[in-house]
Design a protein around this ligand. Structure first.
Ligand code: B3K
Ligand code: ZN
Length: 844
């Protein structure tokens, strides 16, 4: 397969003035007629007329009304064209019913829908399918569905047809079409300049009762973007559609966002607090793309982080404003370490702006999205809040309507703030997570912090440059008072020291407050100092981090040296759990433990080969010891945080439930599940029901609940996804692969639905000790299913290959077992480009 390089970018030789599309819908043979007005691009001298097109049956093509016979390949079409403006017309036939890749136009439960990002439009018709070719679109849909939608505003409809016009020029990846027998949950929004906008969430009949929360989230997002970024909506209508079969969470098509039903449908009975929070964030994310992604799009796919990093940053600001900022920050860092640090430290490491790819769909990664968002956060820390919003205003003013680059983005910041960002660019261009080591000294009232940064080599990048790292630091006095408030140290050298003078005693430093940079902080810290920070730090992130580090180091000692559970940790966690001045949601997070995967990486970084079973055992031992230590406190917390009002997914109630359910976990380890069974029997919302069932599964007394849960929810696909997932996550390590084998034989298992496939096979790779069980059965089951799924859905297959990305951490026995599976996948005839690229990179 061909590798595409950023350095080879050239603009397209033609501009598109307008596009007219007509769809004659039919499941097995939809006809798409296009009429595209091209004109030579005066900025290009060597013009080549090539239109992308894949899996299309061309019926005819015309230029300026005269029949032509273009040369066709399996990737597109070329043709001789006039050296002047001309009209290209074509009719193609496509087969949405046979489209299991869920890219282009496909069918989900009898409904037509599209997914065009990144390169799906070429499966709909011949077109220059690249983000820097922008045009206005007019779309006519012919069919007998009662609802037929496309981008922009509706302009006409009648018996068997509907017409839509999108006045905003857009690249083809933002095109969308939906047709089906749908019902809507309607509402309205008035923008601050008085535009009346019709809002709809479209769903299958029966789901209309699960739209209210999503609609509120949409209206809050629209208001927030006006208030915080000064950005208004720009069409008369905004449609959201829920689709069951979808490769990702959702898609920001102009005026017609298409959502995985799991990312929009919500009700108290069927969705957990975490589901509600995720839905609110995804609705906001897709809505915010209207400005950061659609009005300003990307020049080419290497610039993907331009829209994704910024939009993730914006949605995290939104969640912080709607809920608790510290809790959101801690949760984001937990996720960043789990997914992005893991990626950055393995064979799939790539820069936030990659410089080459084979299949762009493989680059919708935690690095582009979440590390991309961290870079925006660092920029804001470096220039300050006021300058940040000034730069954003300039970005919107200067680049509205453009397909822009990271250079454009950084220039805006340089011009708005006068700051030289040459060194900052390194964050976009070099992969890998910097290690930041710290030592300190105190002499004559002066306290000095000495930092050294080192970024390990990553595939294709052996040498790393020093980066600019904003390190937010505060200093505490021995009595716990803050003697120096938070200040941002700007590290720009490989080694650098910063001094604070006028101190009467040696302070205790609180370093990297708010997790001010995506780095790994390496500092020998005594348990007493961690306990001190946990008790006194005014920075909520570092307060949590102190407890997290105690837990992590204690667990490492248990795995490595067979140590007993660490008393300092057990004391600390109780101190936090019983502190009524702390937000319950924060206390619930403080009761979390590092994941198996985080511990494996930490052990590996310390020069040890991680044993997944030993990690599992240490976590179990610690959980049991913690339950003992908290046997009085846990029931008190459980009682104190029961929510007695009517269910609401708001942050306050959700925080109380999170803490009560963490307490239930502790109680269950001592009472064998009787409290959990009571909660299961009386639960009137999914958060309580699922938490109770998890506890019962963990206590091995869940069989009755497992069956009852299935009987109660068998009609609801999204709840049944949870049913598949939890059984696997709670299986004993030696049983995990067998549980998957059993569940994939269940009548409700289907590999055609990505949510169900992920709930099952994704749960297997998510349960580290089960997946890495020494027999290798976990590796084999996953590989079997990836090989089966690849011909149907390459995108989801390729993404799930990342389960193997950590293989080089493990012992030679496991490495050999994994390598055999990687080789077996690679040897599969006709393996997709997506999966070939992923497995080759992982295999190295
Ligand atoms: N932009 C889409 C992602 C498309 C992924 C294509 N493989 C969703 C989002 O980030 O909002
Ligand atoms: Zn996005």
């Amino acid at each position: 397969p061909q590798t595409i390089y950023l350095k080879d970018y050239t603009p397209f030789g033609y501009l598109v003035d307008n596009v007219h599309l007509t769809f004659a819908l039919s499941p097995g043979a939809t006809r798409v007629t296009s009429r595209i007005a091209f004109r030579p691009n005066p900025k290009v001298t060597d013009r080549v007329f090539f239109l992308h097109g894949e899996d299309l049956k061309l019926h005819w093509a015309k230029i300026d009304g005269a029949d032509v016979s273009p040369q066709l390949t399996d990737r597109g079409l070329t043709c001789t064209v006039p050296d002047a403006p001309f009209i290209f017309e074509a009719e193609v036939e496509i087969d949405p019913a046979a489209n299991t890749a869920l890219e282009g136009l496909y069918m989900s439960n009898g409904m037509y829908c599209t997914q065009c990002e990144a390169e799906g439009f070429r499966k709909i018709t011949y077109y220059p399918d690249r983000p820097d070719v922008m045009s206005v679109f007019t779309v006519r849909i012919e069919g007998d569905e009662n609802v037929m939608l496309s981008n922009g505003n509706p302009v006409a409809d009648g018996d068997g047809f509907a017409e839509w016009q999108d006045p905003w020029p857009k690249p083809a990846y933002l095109f969308a079409l939906v047709a089906g027998d749908l019902v809507n949950h309607p509402d309205r929004f008035t923008t601050r300049s008085g535009r009346e906008v019709e809002l709809n969430i479209w769903v299958r009949p029966g789901d209309e009762g699960k739209c209210a929360f999503g609609m509120e989230a949409l209206k809050k997002s629209m208001k927030w973007d006006e208030d915080v970024y000064g950005r208004e909506y720009d069409l008369d209508i905004f449609n959201i559609v829920a689709v069951d079969d979808f490769n990702m969470g959702a898609m920001e098509n102009k005026g017609l966002n298409i959502f995985n039903s799991s990312a929009v449908l919500a009700s108290a009975e069927t969705s957990t607090d975490a589901n509600f929070e995720r839905i609110e964030a995804i609705i906001a994310h897709e809505y915010f793309h209207n400005w950061t992604g659609n009005r300003i799009t990307c020049r080419d796919w290497f610039q993907l982080c331009l829209k994704e990093g910024l939009t993730v940053y914006r949605d995290s600001q939104f969640t912080s404003d709607m809920r608790s900022a510290p809790v959101k920050r801690i949760s984001d860092v937990i996720a960043l370490r789990a997914r992005q640090f893991r990626e950055d430290n393995g064979p799939l490491a790539h820069p936030v702006r990659p410089d080459s790819f084979v299949e762009i769909n493989n680059f919708y990664t935690a690095t582009v999205y979440e590390k991309g968002a961290e870079l925006i956060g660092m920029l804001k820390t470096l220039v300050g809040d006021e300058a940040y919003y000034k730069a954003l205003d300039l970005y919107f003013e200067r680049h509205d309507g453009d397909a822009a680059t990271i250079e454009d983005w950084l220039n805006v910041f340089q011009d708005a703030t006068g700051r030289d960002l040459t060194q900052f660019k390194c964050w976009y261009e070099e992969a890998g997570t910097p290690r930041l080591t710290v030592s300190d000294d105190f002499k004559d009232g002066t306290y000095t912090l000495n930092f050294e940064q080192k970024t390990p080599p990553t595939p294709g990048q052996d040498v790393k440059n020093p980066r600019v790292i904003p390190i937010t630091v505060g200093l505490l006095g021995p009595n716990g008072d803050e003697v120096r408030e938070s200040t941002v140290l700007e590290m720009t050298e490989g080694k650098q020291s910063f001094s604070f003078d006028g101190l009467s005693t040696r302070p205790i430093p609180s370093i990297l407050r708010g997790f001010s940079a995506p780095v790994i902080l390496e500092r020998k810290t005594a348990n007493t100092e961690r306990a001190f920070l946990l008790a006194h730090d005014t920075d909520p992130f570092n307060k949590w981090e102190a407890g997290n580090a105690l837990a992590r180091d204690g667990l490492i000692a248990m795995v490595r040296d067979g140590a007993a559970p660490d008393g300092a940790y057990l004391d600390a966690v109780q101190t936090m759990a019983r502190d009524d001045d702390l937000d319950p949601a924060f206390r619930a997070l403080a009761l979390g433990l590092p994941s198996q995967d985080d511990l494996a990486q930490a052990l590996f970084d310390l020069g040890h080969t991680p044993d997944p079973q030993a990690i599992w055992d240490a976590l179990e031992t610690l959980r049991q010891a913690r339950a003992q230590a908290m046997q009085d406190l846990a029931p008190r917390l459980y009682a104190q945080f029961q929510v007695n009002e009517a269910y609401s997914p708001d942050a306050r109630q959700a925080g109380a439930r999170a803490l009560a359910n963490a307490a239930l976990g502790l109680i269950t380890r001592l009472d064998g599940g009787s409290q959990a069974q009571k909660q299961y029997d009386t639960a009137d919302n999914m958060t309580q029901q699922l938490a109770a069932w998890s506890c019962l599964l963990q206590a091995k007394t869940g069989d009755a609940a497992t069956q009852a849960f299935y009987r109660q929810w068998q009609h609801d696909r999204l709840v049944i996804d949870k049913w598949f997932m939890l059984q696997i996550l709670h299986a004993e390590p030696e049983e995990a692969a067998n549980t998957v084998k059993k569940l994939t034989k269940h009548t409700d298992f289907t590999m055609k639905n990505p949510n169900r496939f992920r709930a099952t096979l994704g749960a297997l790779s998510g349960s580290a000790a089960g997946f890495h069980h020494a027999r290798g059965e976990g590796y084999k089951v996953l590989a079997d299913w990836l090989i089966k799924l690849d011909p149907l859905n390459p995108q989801t297959t390729a993404r799930m290959c990342s389960a193997f990305e950590t293989w080089k951490r493990y012992d030679s026995g496991r490495q050999a077992l994994i390598k055999a599976q990687l080789d077996r996948i690679l040897a599969t005839p006709n393996l997709s480009r997506d999966t070939t690229e992923m497995v080759s990179r992982i295999r190295g």
